[in-house]
Design a protein around this ligand. Structure first.
Ligand code: AMP
Ligand code: GLY
Length: 425
């Protein structure tokens, strides 16, 4: 009998993880809770909310699941990994305590300071007047961050002192993000380009992924509001081996060791978001999960057996030799529904995915999709990820856009410049 896996989440990230796991020679069955219309093509969707630890545990026990994989960070935040471990079930994903590296920016910055991890100068505040006094002493622009999770909206890059002060009041006095605004982090503005890195960890060791680069703004040329991510490339051609070695030694290992020394071993995917310029590399934030859409390109490039890797992490037996990557590049272009990122349009009929996948090296991962009768329809903001691989970045980009051309739904939005950025000054 092959292994049975449960993946927790419902985005493009989870479709790509479930797809790669279903391709493992060891895996006989993949369940996805709750999944989407795409995950149903590679496994069986289970209608359980990703924060409902009790139901997830019951399900995993009843189906004799060999390994559970957390995709969606809300599950880690809700303590699902802790509950599974307490019941001696194997799970890949960070504990509630270790997840603080993402869920509390004040905690994360203090950890970076303690471990000498390069990041922007900062100060944490729990009183608005003190935060405002500090801002007045600083040069501009200045960055104001709500401490807790605020659906990506709790960060303000202020160009003047009035804007910075308004952000502090909004977060700490008006409590726009609720308890997430009990504290703020005020930090210096970093120049450069944002680059994503990922590392799998078993709590002690880490294996590094190649670099990747998301494109967060909704419109071409990095214009318009931030989104969850509109497209991604991997690896980033101008990020060299020395830089990645620095990330491993000065960022990933110090973070994992720092957490371990606090008794919060990090078992899962550590995702440092970096700012890189010609002078240095600094951490903008840590995430305790795979990026989305980063996971989608990583799963296209990973050569190793994902099941084995994640099981080794969960068992505390990770070895650096476990991981290998295909040559070349992967690109993903996100197709979003009308109104995204402010709103999303549901129920628009999607066509053309099968035609796109008939092209060479194209895989389309679903995010906000569902079946309505025999139709596939939109069910969220980010709808699909059209991924392609190629020997060169240019080839992968060209193939991905050839796939995009074939997919259609009313109000479809996408960026036409994924993979076109130049090396930073
Ligand atoms: P975070 O949630 O901390 O990643 O912040 C969200 C976004 O705000 C980042 O992806 C950056 O684009 C921007 N940002 C955050 N911190 C800084 C900083 N210190 N300097 C420049 N941009 C920043
Ligand atoms: N790619 C952005 C994120 O996963 O946070």
């Amino acid at each position: 009998m092959g292994k049975k896996v449960l993946v927790i989440g419902s985005g493009g990230r989870e479709h790509s993880l479930a797809w790669k796991l279903s391709n493992s020679p060891q895996v006989s069955k993949v369940y996805i809770a709750p999944g989407n219309a795409g995950t149903a093509l590679v496994g069986e969707n289970v209608d359980i909310d990703f924060i409902d630890g009790k139901k997830l545990l019951e399900f995993a026990k009843s189906k004799k699941i060999d390994l559970t994989v957390i995709g969606q960070e809300a599950a880690s935040e809700a303590g699902v990994a802790d509950l599974f471990r307490k019941n001696n079930l194997l799970i890949f994903g960070s504990s509630k305590e270790a997840t603080r590296i993402e869920s509390s920016k004040a905690f994360s910055k203090d950890l970076m300071k303690d471990e000498s991890i390069p990041t922007a100068e900062y100060k944490n505040f729990d009183k608005p007047e003190e935060a405002i006094r500090y801002i007045k002493s600083k040069s501009l622009p200045i960055v104001i961050k709500a401490d807790g999770l605020a659906a990506g909206k709790g960060v303000v890059v202020a160009e003047n002192h009035a804007e910075a002060e308004a952000a502090v009041r909004n977060i700490m006095v008006q409590k726009t993000f609720g308890r997430a605004g009990n504290k703020v982090v005020i930090e210096d503005f970093l120049e450069g380009q944002e680059v994503s890195t990922h590392a799998l960890s078993d709590g002690h060791k880490a294996v590094m992924f190649p670099s990747s680069q998301d494109h967060k703004q909704i419109f071409d040329g990095d214009k318009g509001p931030n989104t969850g991510g509109m497209g991604v490339i991997a690896p980033v051609p101008w990020v060299n081996k020395e830089s990645m070695e620095l990330v491993r030694k000065k960022i990933v290992y110090p973070a994992i060791n720092g957490l371990k020394n606090m008794g919060a071993e990090f078992v899962g995917c550590l995702y440092p978001g970096l700012m890189i310029n010609r002078r240095d590399i600094r951490v903008v934030e840590f995430n305790s999960r795979f990026g989305d859409p980063e996971a989608e390109v990583y799963m296209r490039l990973l050569d190793s057996d994902l099941y084995q890797l994640l099981e080794n992490c969960a068992k505390g037996k990770l070895d650096e030799a476990d991981i290998s990557w295909m040559d070349g590049y992967a690109v993903s272009v996100v197709l979003a529904s009308a109104g995204y990122p402010e709103t999303s349009s549901k129920g628009d009929v999607i066509t053309g995915i099968e035609d796109a996948e008939k092209l060479n090296d194209i895989v389309v991962f679903h995010a906000g999709t569902k079946k309505q009768g025999s139709d596939l329809v939109t069910a969220g903001g980010r709808v699909l990820n059209v991924t392609a691989t190629g020997k060169t970045l240019e080839e992968a980009v060209k193939k991905a856009y050839a796939g995009v051309e074939l997919v259609k739904f009313d109000g479809m939005q996408y960026r036409t410049d994924i993979g076109h950025r130049q090396q930073p000054e």
